[in-house]
Design a protein around this ligand. Structure first.
Ligand code: AMP
Ligand code: MG
Length: 416
């Protein structure tokens, strides 16, 4: 990178840098439709037939041939039978005749148009209507949704609820997807106690492994939790190597601050190729990315996240999430959407860095959606993440803002 400066790395540039090293998993699996939810397609899905498979009625009404419409006087047709969805009318409809038809019922031979039942008068076995419907009105044509052979979903697409139904609608029972990405992670720090242990003075409970567990679970990867590891060179080394042996991606939190005499840096120099950045952002200043070589042939991707709990979540959403999606097989994952909304409170902000302040999007009394900050914005205040439903993204050039200013927000709910 031309103007690569590890001490003031813009967030967008770091993201770009990471992208060039991300080659997706190659191994595939053949899974039943339901099992494929959240997986990434490894092969295109083509429509094996037309959808719908046959011409059918879009309404409850009467099927007839548009040639029978009487343009001068009202049209009178004889009802000769009924076509139900799933139970077709067998015969042929001749001039002057029609068939009562239900939604989804197959269009009988000799008909091409449906008039809805509310628009006709039924007397005995005859219908009468003065309206002049257009030919093909209220008919869903074979192949109207999908043509036989048409690409329905492309390789690289992540399967969501609608896709499960779409695949089922084609009669396809199994799909080819990439295998799950394996992600190993551990926390580092002498001060960390694990849930279940007594907290001594000077200790904090390890929360990063829990937020990471949550965020990774929502991405649908295979999780390997290697625990909270003290700042001990040997322990850290053996854990790092264990992680690299087992996983495609290794994530650590804590111990990557630039300038710190941390064991992690020495270890990563010994077992991999890792760059350390001070990202021009808050929270999430120190960040490391690279490859770690375990005993397996292929090196693992490595993300060294900051230790502060909010910084872990912010860097995960801003860097790790997208990288993971690419490694899972999505060629160009959709970026998290950003919206402009009015902020109802003053905001304190330093220029020269991107800030991801925690915000609450709310429906104001005037019916418009607006945002307000959650309160104190310290990188250690994890409750701010629990309160928040969005990030207020404030770019480098932005300084302090007055209430009423339009700001950018990135919605958090449902993003991974
Ligand atoms: P570090 O990046 O290791 O200097 O850590 C920065 C701050 O984050 C320190 O206050 C740590 O105590 C805190 N921290 C590091 N790891 C964790 C963790 N797993 N859970 C909660 N806090 C942590
Ligand atoms: Mg530490």
């Amino acid at each position: 990178m031309d103007d690569y400066d590890p001490n003031s790395m813009p967030a967008a540039k770091a993201r770009q840098f990471i992208k060039q090293f991300l080659s997706p998993v190659m191994e595939t699996e053949h899974l039943s439709i339901r099992e494929s939810l959240g997986r990434v397609l490894a092969a295109d899905i083509l429509s094996p037939s037309n959808v719908p498979n046959y011409d059918n009625s879009a309404m409850d009404g009467y099927a007839f041939n548009a040639d029978d419409i009487n343009l001068e006087k009202s049209t009178v047709l004889k009802v000769i039978g009924t076509a139900f969805a799933g139970k077709a009318f067998d015969g042929e409809v001749k001039p002057g005749e029609c068939v009562r038809i239900m939604t989804g019922g197959m269009m009988p031979r000799g008909t091409d148009t449906v008039i809805v039942q509310e628009r006709v008068t039924l007397t005995g076995d005859q219908i009468n209507f003065s309206e002049v419907p257009k030919r093909k009105m209220n008919v869903r044509y074979a192949g109207e949704d999908l043509q036989q052979g048409q690409m329905v979903l492309g390789a690289g697409h992540m399967i969501r609820a609608a896709d499960l139904g779409l695949i089922a609608s084609l009669g396809i029972g199994k799909v080819s997807v990439y295998r799950k990405l394996k992600v190993a992670f551990f926390s580092t720090g002498d001060e960390l106690a694990s849930v279940g242990e007594t907290l001594n003075t000077g200790q904090v409970y390890d929360s990063n492994r829990y937020t990471l567990y949550g965020m990774l679970s929502r991405l649908g990867v295979e999780i390997i939790d290697l625990g909270a590891i003290a700042d001990d060179a040997e322990l850290l080394e053996s854990t790092l190597l264990k992680a690299a042996e087992q996983a495609d991606v290794v994530i650590t939190s804590g111990g990557v601050s630039v300038g710190e005499a941390d064991y992690m840096k020495l270890l990563l120099a010994k077992h991999g190729q890792v760059v350390f950045w001070k990202i021009a952002m808050k929270p999430g200043r120190p960040l490391a990315y690279g490859k770690v070589q375990g005993s397996k042939i292929k090196a693992s991707h490595y993300f060294g996240l900051p230790g502060n709990p909010v910084a872990v979540m912010v860097t995960f959403y801003q860097f790790v999430r997208e990288a993971m999606l690419m490694l899972m097989g999505q060629a160009s994952p959709a970026p998290l959407p950003i919206f402009n909304v009015v902020c109802t409170e003053n905001i304190k902000k330093q220029t020269g860095r991107t800030e991801y302040q925690r915000g609450i999007l709310f429906n104001d009394t005037d019916g418009a959606w607006k945002v307000k900050p959650t309160g104190a914005q310290g990188s250690a205040i994890l409750s701010s993440m629990s309160l928040a439903n969005c990030f207020i993204v404030l770019n480098e050039s932005i300084g302090n803002l007055e209430a009423g200013t339009i700001v950018q927000v990135q919605v958090l709910d449902g993003i991974v």
